[in-house]
Design a protein around this ligand. Structure first.
Ligand SMILES: [Zn+2]
Length: 133
């Protein structure tokens, strides 16, 4: 998979994109890059990364199980589409990203639109919470 295009849709190979973030070799510089790497973690089923990249104040009690059951229900992750990214650059403390995720559950084509907020915790971008549209 490493030479294939990254699942996040960046047009860069997986090994040069989200793989390094997920394996902890690199830190995403922007909220958008973190968001993309979280999508990729869903695609490859990396639950620990999804928990690590979350602000601890916002993690729910059953978060790991909820993530696992969602991943299990999805038969294919089809596309991530970033709609807007506000702030969230290397010099910001907060950032917002609006995105669409397209996926299949069995034969059903589904999509989800979310407006997510990110903040910096110990110098690293983390996901706080999102509003579904
Ligand atoms: Zn990527």
């Amino acid at each position: 998979m490493s030479n294939l295009p990254c699942p996040c849709g960046s047009d860069v190979s997986f090994s040069k994109c989200c793989d390094g973030y997920i394996r902890g070799k690199r830190v995403p510089e922007t909220a958008e890059a973190l968001m993309r790497s979280r999508y990729t973690a869903y695609v490859i089923g990396n639950v620990p990364y999804l928990l690590e990249s979350r602000h601890p104040d916002f993690i729910t009690e059953n978060e790991a199980l909820d993530i696992q059951s969602w991943i299990k229900d999805v038969t294919s992750w089809d596309k991530l589409e970033i709609l807007v990214a506000e702030k969230g650059t290397a010099k910001d403390k907060l950032g917002w990203v609006a995105f669409n995720v397209f996926f299949h559950q069995g034969d059903r084509e589904e999509s989800m639109c979310e407006y997510s907020r990110f903040s910096r915790l110990n110098g690293r971008w983390v996901y706080e919470e999102g509003e579904l549209d």
